[in-house]
Design a protein around this ligand. Structure first.
Ligand code: FAD
Length: 479
């Protein structure tokens, strides 16, 4: 039964009801015990290291700087509040992968993959250790994850993926339809993969707030509502000058950890990253019977295997987070706050949710939100320096940065301190992605790619000429 809406499309009344009370805020940040904002920087200060950005990259950079080099005086400047951007809006999948999956890594860094996988596993282990050491209550659960096929064509290549993953030491099982449904009950699954290693689930907002507390306890000076508006060499002396609305910082070194907006401070960053919006729904807590109907006993985070894919997980109070599918690039690439909410995507996501989990009919969504993914053409982070090595930057995590940002922070410090290590010598660390063309070609290329991925999903995964060309150029991505 459907009801006509003003724009001539049809909306199921159950879907409409499910969304009616959803507040347009990240559930992770919409918590009664959210920290009070810290005062903005007023006046001029100096520091050995200034970190721009209070997402995971910046927070880990500041904290690890104090751990690795206790003599350094560190300042962190955040334009709004710590964790308000991607770091507080994501799915909370903390993957060991530094390359956005083994397939993407093998494609781009085949010789380095054994080391990259080893460093990624070490990074994930050290995140768990830091969470325990600093007493961060972010429900860190090393569950592994499920990759589930919703169409027969999505089963193609799963055996090969499992072989490659086992080669790198992962514990992975290929599931048939019954096996997949036993892990998480849905009539849609035709099979999948069950990883018991390589991923932890966590609450991203609480991780950001916990890292903030750890930074403050370690002596980092953190200023919120302090946007850096200019980054220039300091006059007549070594170091950099950072201009802010009510003051300035003179710093010996600068770590630029600002995601896509970092491009406005350093043009070379802007050439490589584009803002792609991703949207998320969160349900009310499920009843015991509803939870039971899912059979989601091991509580592994999950995603499906479409080109336009969903990711989904349970929270500690038994809500279901359901996100992904529409990855939206707004022509021109300006980041506007009004894009943080997109009812047409929420509607699509809700319809798909009830198709995958018909047993949850009647469940409502409490929150719906969007966030910016800093997307680059190689789908994993890139790094570099500017201003004669006084500035180092990291960006381009492309939707898999909850874990990789800590690795990125280590790289930033290696670069700023001229450290020699196997990590510092990696091609992944020293090469950059293919830049995006300037607008308006940039919008045309990205929209063509989005349309082709959607077409491939409708066409049993067959990639059209455009996607095959991107694949040949090393610019293609298959989730
Ligand atoms: C909806 C969504 C779902 C996702 N799901 C997952 C997932 O499940 N797993 C996963 O691994 N990854 C996921 N990601 C990606 C992950 O969230 C990011 O890779 C990661 O949070 C990036 O952290 P960051 O610190 O580099 O950037 P951000 O979190 O974007 O932080 C950058 C910070 O810099 C600040 N800033 C910018 N400019 C300035 C300036 N001039 N002065 C001062 N401060 C400035 C911003 O205000 C912001 O707080 C998801 C992302 C989104 C949006």
């Amino acid at each position: 039964m459907t009801t006509p809406t003003g724009d001539n499309s049809l909306i199921d009344p159950g879907v409409a009801r499910s969304l009616a009370a959803a507040v347009p805020r990240s559930y992770w940040l919409d918590q009664a015990d959210a920290p009070e904002p810290l005062p903005a920087l007023a006046g001029s200060v100096t520091a050995d290291l200034a970190v721009i950005g209070g997402g995971f990259t910046g927070l880990w950079t500041a904290l690890l700087a104090r751990e690795r080099y206790p003599h350094l005086d560190v300042v962190l400047l955040e334009a709004k509040t710590v964790g308000w951007a991607a770091s507080g809006r994501n799915g909370g999948f903390c993957s060991a992968s530094l390359t956005h999956g083994i397939g993407n890594g093998l494609e781009r860094f085949p010789d380095e993959m054994p080391l990259l996988e080893k460093l990624g596993e070490q990074n994930l282990r050290e995140i768990g250790e830091a969470v325990a050491r600093y007493g961060i209550d972010c429900d860190f659960q090393p569950t592994g994850e499920l990759a589930l096929a919703a169409e027969d064509w999505q089963l193609d290549g799963l055996d090969e993926e499992a072989v490659a993953a086992r080669h790198f030491g992962h514990d992975v099982e290929v599931l048939d339809a019954a096996g997949a449904r036993a892990e998480l009950s849905s009539p849609r699954w035709t099979g999948g993969l069950k990883y018991t290693t390589g991923n932890a689930m966590l609450e991203p907002g609480r991780l950001a707030w916990g890292l903030l507390r750890a930074c403050l306890a370690a002596g980092v000076r953190v200023y919120e509502h302090t946007q850096v508006t200019a980054l220039t060499p300091a006059a007549g002396q070594a170091g950099m000058r950072l201009r802010t609305p009510y003051g300035s910082v003179r710093a010996g070194k600068v770590a630029l950890a600002a995601g896509v907006p970092g491009g406005s401070l350093l043009r070379r960053v802007g050439a490589y990253v584009v803002p792609v919006w991703d949207y998320v729904l969160m349900t009310e807590p499920l009843s015991a019977a509803q939870l039971d109907s899912l059979g989601w006993r091991d509580r592994r985070g999950a995603s499906d295997l479409g080109g336009q894919f969903h990711y989904f997980r349970l929270t500690r109070d038994n809500r279901v987070l359901w996100g992904g599918y529409d990855a939206v690039y707004y022509n021109g690439g300006r980041i506007r706050e009004e894009h943080a909410s997109r009812p047409e995507t929420y509607r699509k996501l809700a319809e798909q949710f009830f198709t995958v989990f018909p047993q949850l009919e009647g469940v409502s969504f409490s929150h719906a939100w969007g966030g910016v993914i800093d997307t680059c053409s190689r789908f994993c982070a890139f790094f570099g320096t500017a201003h004669a090595g006084r500035v180092a930057y990291a960006a381009g995590y492309t939707g898999l940065g909850v874990g990789a940002t800590r690795f990125g922070a280590q790289v930033l410090l290696d670069k700023l301190q001229n450290e020699e290590s196997e990590r510092a010598r990696l091609t992944l660390v020293n090469s950059r992605p293919v830049p995006f063309p300037p607008e308006p070609l940039r919008s045309a290329v990205i929209q063509a790619t989005r349309a082709s991925i959607a077409r491939a999903d409708r066409n049993a995964g067959r990639r059209d000429l455009w996607l095959r060309t991107l694949d040949r150029l090393g610019l293609g991505f298959d989730s």
